[in-house]
Design a binder for this molecule. Structure first.
Ligand code: 0X9
Ligand code: ZN
Length: 322
């Protein structure tokens, strides 16, 4: 058990993952640590698999798509620590059924930049100096970075995204242009395995969101997605009383295309897909709302704790369905 009292740097996260992988004989047996690809600045996108040999079903989670949302990677690390606690548990656990793959930091370049240079950085750090553009005009620019959550090639650029490289929601020169986007997609596709669920953690607002983000209409199976989101968020609430809202991305937040969630469902054909917007709430009557993206690190523990319980209960509810 590890105490996460601070937001870690990329280097510290790599160390943390190695320590977790090597924690015990059973953690060495039941986890694997690998990279799904590299970023523009050549950082590895580390991924850990946690699951017992009997596990036949697969779950994917990622954190840290947006650089400034520090509570997201911290929550993935917290869950990794708790899941590895469970690996030692001889009882039947969700890890006897699911291999859980966690990518704790999908956008390490942006995260490092937010930690060292500009706290409110959101995008990745790829330069926008090419004319390799989807549109007839070029977007050569000195502004850096692509919003990875506008870059995924499913209904790309249809709504709520920008063609301007200086925008915070710049969708990139073309769909799937970014290495981080490609790495995640390759991993989802190549592991010719079936994925039961994909959860992507962001902040903030306390929303448990299902597709679609690109348009206001609902997926055919949205009732099932909604029911399972309810199970997760109710369990989460029982821990510290934290209240989540549930709905589709476009309805609850705003229409925006190119998200990893829409791609995972629309192209990746994963049934249970969610974006979880962690604490704080965005309700200005909430005492913590003013923290916004700058949630103090003292929140890592309670947010990690409640999110882990919610996710576990959600996963349990999948065991009986399918
Ligand atoms: O706008 C986003 O990318 C997400 N909110 S955030 O404040 N973390 O930036 C919400 C994404 C919801 N999903 C889709 N729009 N597809
Ligand atoms: Zn985000």
């Amino acid at each position: 058990p590890h105490h996460l009292t601070d937001y870690l740097t990329y280097e510290q996260i790599v160390q943390f993952l190695n320590k977790q992988h090597n924690r015990s004989p059973s953690s060495k047996n039941f986890t694997s640590l690998f990279s799904i690809g590299n970023t523009y600045e050549n950082r590895s996108i580390w991924t850990i698999r946690i699951g017992k040999p009997s596990a036949r079903r697969n779950i994917l989670m990622d954190c840290g798509i947006h650089a400034r949302e520090f509570i997201s990677p911290a929550t993935c690390l917290y869950m990794i620590d708790k899941l590895i606690d469970e690996v030692n548990n001889r009882k039947v656990s969700i890890l006897s059924i699911f291999n859980i793959y966690i990518i704790p930091l999908l956008n390490p370049d942006g995260y490092e930049y937010a930690q060292t240079e500009r706290r409110m950085w959101r995008k990745n750090r790829s330069p926008n100096n090419n004319n390799n553009n989807y549109y007839y005009y070029n977007t050569n620019s000195n502004c850096m970075g692509v919003d990875l959550n506008r870059n995924f090639g499913y209904h790309w650029m249809e709504n709520g995204a920008s063609t301007n490289p200086c925008s915070e929601t710049y969708a990139g020169p073309k769909p799937d242009s970014e290495l981080e986007t490609q790495s995640l997609q390759k991993f989802i596709k190549k592991s010719s395995q079936h994925w039961d669920a994909y959860l992507t953690f962001h902040s903030y607002g306390q929303y448990w969101i299902y597709p679609w983000g690109f348009a206001l209409y609902m997926p055919d199976d949205y009732i099932e997605l909604k029911n399972k989101a309810q199970i997760g968020s109710e369990a989460l609430k029982r821990v510290n009383g934290t209240l989540y809202k549930i709905g589709s991305a476009a309805n609850l937040l705003y229409e925006s295309a190119g998200g990893s969630d829409d791609w995972a469902k629309g192209v990746g054909k994963i049934k249970y897909v969610y974006t979880v917007e962690l604490r704080p709430s965005d309700d200005m009557n909430d005492a913590h709302a003013h923290f916004a993206f700058m949630l103090p690190s003292t929140f890592i523990e309670p947010v990690g704790q409640e999110t882990y319980v919610g996710v576990k209960e959600f996963l349990r509810s999948l065991i009986t369905s399918r």
